[in-house]
Each structure stands twice: as C-alpha cells, then as structure tokens.
Write a protein that binds this ligand. Sequence first.
Ligand code: NOJ
Length: 703
Amino acid sequence: MSDESTSFANNLLSQMTLDEKIGQLHQYFSWGNFDPEVVRKGKAGSVINASGALSGQGFSGSGSAQISNHIQQLAMESRLKIPQILGRDVIHGYRTIFPIPLAQSAAFDISLAEQAASIAAKEASADGVKWTFAPMLDIARDPRWGRVAEGNGEDPYLGSQLAAAVIKGFQGTDYSAADRIVACAKHYVGYGSAEGGRDYDNGEISELTLRDIYLPPFHSAVKAGVGTLMSAFLDLNGVPATANRKLLTDVLRGEWGFDGFVVSDWDSVVELINHGVAENESEAAELAFHAGVDMEMVSRTYPNTLAFNLQNGKISLEEIDEGVRRILRIKHRAGLFANPFTDLARSSRDILTPNSRALARKFAQDTIVLLKNKDNILPLKNHCKVLVGGYFIHATAELFGTWTPDGNPADVQPFSTAFSENAPRDFELHFADNTDLALAIAQESDLVILTLGENPRRSGENSNVSDLSLPPGQAEFVDQMIALGKPVIMVIFAGRPLAIGRQVSQADAVLYAWHPGIEGAAAIADIIFGRVSPSARLPITFPRATGQVPIYYNHKNSGRPVSPDGPFRTRYVDLPASPLFPFGFGLTYTNFDYAKIALSSESLRNQLRVSADITNTGQTAGVEVVQLYVRDLVGSVTRPIRELKNYQKIFLKPGESRRVSFIITEEDLAFTHLDGSFSVEPGKFEVWIAPDSSSGINATFRI
Ligand code: NOJ
C-alpha cells in the first residue's frame, strides 16, 4: 500500500538502526518504576499506562496530561524523535463512565454507542492517551466468564454493528484530530469461548462457527478502519491465538486487507512457553512475530531475542521492517509526528462536561431492561411510603462496573441522593443498607425497592463465577423481605446475566440495571418514577440455572429439537430447556401488537422487503425495538434456528400504528460452507418480525 503514511514510515525506516527498529516493536510497562532511558534511547514504541494487577477494577488516578507529555518529551530526546503511542484501557468511558459495554448493547442503539466512544476519545486524548484497548468484540455464550461484561453479548450481527459504531466514535474519520484516538479491536479471536467460563482457559471452536459467529465483529472492525488489533490469550483449537499465523496474517491481512498493527495481550507472547508451543523466549518471539504480532505488550521476548532470531535466520529483516512500518504508519496517521503533546488546557475544558454527563444519563436510561412489571406497578404512581434497601443504595464506584481506572467515585451520585432528588415530592423515602433495619422499616412501608446484585469486582478480567445465582446471602434476604407481603421492586446490578428465576417470580417488578455508570442512579430513578419509559432489550440470553450454559438463541435445531413434551428430546429432566429470558427480550410501560406481515415477493432476487404493522395498544407512549430474524430452513450444513439480521427502534404514541419495513439481501443470508466459501444457498427461508428472539409473526420465502 502506498500512501503518505507508508512513504513517511519507509523514509524513517531507512534511517533506523536494528536496535531502534526492535524498540518500536516493544510496549513498555514500568511496574511502578519508570525508567526514562527506555524511551530516551528508543527502546520502546509504546508505553502502556495501565493500572497493572488491578485489571482496571478500581480508580487508579494514574493517567494525566502531565505524565503523557513528560513521556513524549523523553521521546523527543531520542535520536530520531519518534513519538510514543500511549495506550490505556478506556473501555466504557474515561472519566465520564458510561454503562458497561454489555449494557450498552442492550440499548440496541449504535448512535448512542458512537457518541459515548467519541466522548471517551475526547477525554482520554485531553490527557494525552492516543490509543485505547477497546472495543472488546468477543462473542460470549457463557456468562460465567467475567469478561462478558466488556463485550456486546452473544450476537454477531449486533456485535458487528456496535464494533463499527464504537470504532467510529473513537477514531472519527481521521484520528489525527486532537480529540480522536486509535481503537484496538480485541481479543482476536475466540477469547469468549474459554472452557468452563474460566478466563484465559482454552477454547475449541469449529471452523464454521469461528467464521460465522466469532469473526464477524472483527471483520466489521477492519472494514470500519480500526487502527490496531490485540491478539487473545487463549489456546484456540490447539494453537495459541498469539501464535496463529493463519488468523493473524492469512485471514486478517490476506482476506480482509488490514494494514494497521497487531499488539499482543499482556505477556501473551512469553506465555507461549506455558502453552507448550515454545521452549524458550526466542522461540516464543519467533512464533508470535512470524504469526503477525507486531508489538509485544509488557513481556520482553522481542527486545531480548529478535536480534538473535535475525542472526540465526529464524526471521528476516524484511519481516522486522514490515512490523515497524505498520507501527510507524499508525503513529503517523494518528498525527503523533506532527504533534506528540496534548494541550494542557484541554483536560479542564474537555473532561466531565455537563453534556457528557447528560449523555451518560440518557445512555443509562436506554440500557436498563424491564424484565417484569406485574399489574403495571411501574412507574410508581400512587404516592406512598417506600423503603429503599439492599446492597447498592450508597454505592458509587460500584455503579461504574469493571475497567474504570479513570472513573472517580467522587463524581457519582449514589442511589440514596439520586432518589431523594428525583422522586416526586410526596413520596416518603427511607433508605437502609443494613438488612435488619431494612426489614424493620419495610414492615411500616407500603412498598419496597430492593437493590441487589454483583459488585463489579465479581465481573471483568479474571473474575469468573461457577454459580450464576445472586451473590451469597442475597437470596435469603429477599426471602425475608418477601415474607412481609409488601410489593417488591427489584433493581439488579450485574456485569453478566444472573440466574434470578426465583427472585423474578417473587418480585412485582424487576429492572436489570447492569453496571450503569456515573449517572446510573438518576437514570434508574427516571424509570421508576416514570420520567422515562424503559426500552432496552437483552443482548444475551438469561439462563434459568448455571447448568444451562452455554445457552444462546442462535443455536442449531438438532435432530430432536427442544420440546417441553415428549421423551427423547433435547431437554433436562429437572428444568425446562428454554431460557429464563430470551435474547432480545425487554418490557416497556406499554404494549405493542405485531400484525400483517407481508413480503414484497415470494422469492428473493438480490433483495426483498418484509413489512409488518406495529401498534401501540397501551395507554402510554413507548419505544419498541422491532427485530428481524431469519432462518435458512435447509442448508448444506446445519443452520441456526434464528439469526438477527436487523432491528429498528420506533417511538409510538398510545394507539399509534406504523408499518415497519426491512430489506433483506442475499448477502444477509450468506454463510460459510465446508469448503470455506461464503455465499447464500438457494432454498426456503423463514422470516420473523418480532419483539424478541422467541416470538413474533412470520412468513416464508424462497431463493
Ligand atoms: C489484559 C487484558 O486482557 C486486555 O484486555 C487489556 O487491554 C490489557 N491487559 C491491558 O491492560
């Protein structure tokens, strides 16, 4: 590829020593003991300003414009003045913390995701961070895995849409702009398939599932122009992802034409020794570098052994030059050679503005899923005495969720204050986090609001659970509260789907709030008191019990499909096989009717239009997420029983009706065949326009 950035990189390469080249391939982490000479002598191409072992699960306060500019100043003292690209985990906001990525997916709104990412980019870049390790695009079918919080759930279509939107939000159309940053699609690839939901553990994914489920969000990221990718930790199908040349080079660069650079995950190069595919550091470096990992994060096998590998003919100078070229090209595209420094006046101007907070509140409102609303108890209408109890009423940082090293708990308005400020004046609110006190006050109250769920440290990196129930003690507390016989509204905070069947059956209403971010408490008050009507939908299937996982909507039919009746079917003897809540599910404060599905033609040639009437049959206005699913009824390989292909979010007043139309193209129906080709197969298809993945109205067509 010959563009200005490539020519620039080539020119610089011609002036570089071998040591300087290898330096560019290393990402330096100081373990709290920063050595300025590493940068001044050109021994690193990037400095990672991470919070180390905490994996971002806590406020570090370690990022600042002064630190960034100091590092760049050292880079300007190096022989060739090559700027650093400073990387940091800006995952769902920098200082303005938005809902966790899994929650963001529940909004079914790519525009909100893009806007949030662009605010994160503006804030991070103000502090000199020019590169974020986001978005995480790992499909997750097992909520035991803690990192399910960081991704977009189980669906490749929704995941691909969000991938493109978030990358656009971070990078804009030109990431040399001062308020944009370079994105990093991670973890390439299959990381969410870790066996048993154990982070870092191995995965086995068939070629067809890899191609049609796990790879599409990454392909979408590349099409959206993502600057970098991160290789995953796991051993996938017998080859550690960080040593997989087929995926990192043949697919990524050969098939998709990616011309950015690949960074390893933290120590994932040296860990090739633990995986048992390399005997020592030089073999690990050779494998990873040859596979297509251009920059090594933290571990030092590249600086320690690449020169030796070159001498021994294990890798070539052309390969080294190509790795360096890719890194310099991205640095040039990021405008770092033109200006490596950030303007110190920016942080006070650009970080945590009223507009950012307003977007965080709107985003949180749109991510909270109403799972149950018996007798329309919500929104609360009749003024009464309310006990607000449970584990999160004074929570601040706990509302952020995982990976928020720059979120400051002091910025968060806790539930108790947000509720007092946002409740209509004649509600009498009492707060109690102590369970005994809560039970005592509840006895005197008309209604109970219970905050339940997980601390963010229970999700995120390396925070897996073997049991998807509420954390210990909470179910018993709920039982005691229910025994009082008062109406109970539950607000559940979590970084994953929890198996809350018992609590859902006990409650009058359930709001699933995930970890909603800096404005989460106010957003919940907005929904409970009816200022906002809930509209979010589940981006991942909710199991009834841990033993059901992996459970996901787009599964195959099998020869003996799931059926509640009849023996010798896919089922459990102790539990229905169906989920507690299906993918796409979520209630509103009104009801919608689906009718009159019609196709523009009975057979699809290039494209086809499918339409239906959606009517708001309730008493209040509401937003409906109208979903389009298809099923390829007969294929040369088995096909999922449903696949999401599109959705529209529509606002309807009471009694209002709208005809909603979707276009389906041949490309929408294409899939991977046994010979590796990707195309649509002629035959019969079923299509649904639906409120979730397990219902809706349907029709059939042929190709
Ligand atoms: C390890 C994590 O797997 C990755 O997602 C993160 O970006 C890096 N650490 C850097 O903190």
